[in-house]
Design a protein around this ligand. Structure first.
Ligand SMILES: [Zn+2]
Length: 313
């Protein structure tokens, strides 16, 4: 979608550009996994608490990966992530802590910090590993019978030894939408806990028994008191903080009076493009983080990349 000549293909959604073949049909093949693990070209990185080790280079941060014979041995918490075009297999090891042997150039980093800076392949591997780790951490017990579950399928299933249930990774759908009015102004809100001046698109979780389009209409009405008519899907983004899938929309308002809920949204306003440009350039408006699909939705409406905030110049 490129309503104003601005094309997502030129500035793709961060974290949504995974380029490896996940080779999911190999996850249950223990012999294949063992051979893949011990292959000399296989690359491994450790994930711990949502962080990985990165190395800072002249071209930006790079994920620190080692051959598997150099990696700590924890078969249980070994996630198979996929195969690249050259046939290299990638694994993540979930550990209680990142490796202590940190060179001067290596440092721990989280997805919010480096997800938009890593090469696409590395960002895709990291987002997969962090999402699996978050799910594993919060689903250690069977939701059917309460027994402790065990990891299977190279990190992609948890099995219950008591009742036999198989549990698969959860992803929670959330909608995020840029609402525009008859004057082509954009509706942006400030959440209660955000700093003064921080504005972004409205967003919320899809409820049981609801379509994603219905969720867009409901959330905009709840958070800002604005009625929405036409809703069109733009793109999605994995958002493992801890387990969301953000579904991005453009939505057209059929009313303009704003009435914020005060619980989630403290303030909401209609912004013209001029308001956005002046606000960001003067530092009065803090746009959403560049890694978020919110920034892309705003850019589609704005027609080009957002101006840089003064601090970033
Ligand atoms: Zn069970």
């Amino acid at each position: 979608m490129s309503g104003n000549g601005f094309d997502l293909n030129h500035r793709p959604v961060p974290l949504a550009q995974a380029v490896v073949d996940r080779a999911a049909n190999n996850r249950l093949d223990e012999a294949w996994l063992a051979a893949a693990w011990s292959h000399p070209t296989t690359r491994v990185f450790v994930v711990s608490g949502g962080q990985v080790l990165v190395e800072d280079t002249d071209d930006g941060p790079r994920l620190v990966m080692t051959p598997s014979f150099d990696a700590p041995l924890t078969e249980m918490h070994r996630y198979f992530l996929g195969i690249d075009e050259e046939g290299v297999r990638y694994f993540a090891l979930q550990k209680d802590a990142l490796p202590g042997r940190i060179d001067a150039d290596e440092r721990p980093a989280g997805l919010r910090e480096v997800g938009g800076l890593l090469p696409e392949l590395e960002a895709g591997l990291m987002v997969h590993a962090v999402a699996l780790e978050n799910w594993q951490r919060m689903h250690r017990f069977c939701s059917r019978c309460g027994e402790r579950t065990v990891i299977a399928a190279a990190g992609h299933i948890r099995r219950c030894p008591a009742c036999g249930a198989e549990h698969y990774p959860r992803t929670d759908p959330a909608v995020i939408m840029l609402v525009t009015d008859d004057e082509d102004r954009a509706l942006l809100g400030r959440q209660v806990h955000w700093p003064e001046g921080r504005f972004s698109t409205l967003a919320g979780f899809v409820e049981p028994g609801e379509s994603i389009e219905q969720a867009v209409v409901r959330e905009v009405a709840e958070e800002a008191g604005v009625t929405v008519g036409e809703v069109s899907y733009v793109a999605s983004q994995p958002w493992p903080f801890p387990s969301s899938l953000m579904l991005g929309f453009m939505a057209r308002a059929t009313s303009s009076e704003i009435n914020v809920d005060g619980d989630e949204i403290h303030e909401a306003r209609w912004f013209s493009r001029e308001d956005i440009r002046e606000g960001i350039e003067s530092g009065e408006i803090l746009p959403p983080s560049g890694i978020s699909i919110a920034a892309r939705l705003i850019e589609i409406w704005y027609g080009k990349p957002l101006p840089l905030a003064p601090l970033l110049l």
